[in-house]
Design a binder for this molecule. Structure first.
Ligand SMILES: C[S@@+](CC[C@H](N)C(=O)[O-])C[C@H]1O[C@@H](n2cnc3c(N)ncnc32)[C@H](O)[C@@H]1O
Length: 208
């Protein structure tokens, strides 16, 4: 991960602006009570956390990432914007999250989100389990990530997937199946929305 992001982190936000669609919609749509503690899992350069902290000065924002290179950029950005009291960043694997050990918190989070990170995490079922285990009862985690581009031409789908392979990013139809399965098992309630003709999806999974 660090090897891939060592140089990319400098151009990451500018280049991803054009194809990581739906991120701002996710930030707007999350249901967050005043003073909520919100975690981004796979926060990268902290682009989303900085936006969220600016939109909602009442929130306590947290981010974790597997890449120390991405976190170095994230920490620089957070500091340069004077947000270090409001955004806490930690180096941690998504699947190893423990709110007490990772962030020293007494209580679980009020909300968590994955923005284009689950498609990069090979151990995504464990990452989902860890998110659920570190949320309060009836709290939700949110996901924005690549969908099947069903409304787009075949050539576009083909080109996009070849491009994403270069960055170890994979469309995972089995991930939504897994969330549907958890829903039918009564673990939580899944709601799903399309972004740009199923280019991406926005999922909300609320713990029951
Ligand atoms: C495509 S980037 C998205 C960054 C950010 N969420 C955004 O929307 O701009 C995916 C991020 O997930 C991180 N990541 C990959 N595997 C991870 C894991 N197992 N645990 C935590 N973070 C991981 C990567 O280091 C990278 O920063």
């Amino acid at each position: 991960m660090d090897q891939m992001y060592r140089l990319q982190r400098y151009i990451y936000d500018f280049t991803r602006k054009y194809y990581l669609l739906g991120r701002d919609r996710l930030l707007r749509d999350m249901e967050l009570q005043p003073g909520a503690h919100v975690l981004e899992i796979g926060c990268g350069t902290a682009r989303n956390l900085i936006r969220l902290a600016r939109q909602r000065p009442d929130l306590h924002c947290y981010g974790l990432d597997a890449s120390t290179e991405m976190l170095a950029t994230a920490m620089d950005k957070v500091k340069s914007r004077g947000l270090e009291q409001r955004i806490t960043l930690k180096h941690c694997l998504a699947e190893e999250l423990d709110h007490t050990k990772t962030f020293g918190l007494d209580a679980p989070f009020d909300a968590a989100f994955f923005s284009y990170s689950l498609s990069m995490i090979p151990t995504w079922p464990q990452a989902i389990d860890a998110a659920l285990a570190n949320l309060k009862p009836r709290a939700a985690f949110y996901v924005v990530d690549f969908w099947d581009q069903a409304d787009w031409p075949r050539w576009f789908r083909f080109m996009l997937r070849r491009w994403l392979d270069l960055f170890h990013v994979h469309h995972r139809p089995e991930l939504l199946e897994h969330l549907r399965h958890l829903d039918t098992q009564g673990v939580g309630k899944l709601t799903l929305q399309s972004v740009a003709g199923r280019y991406a999806y926005l999922a909300t999974f609320r713990k029951l």
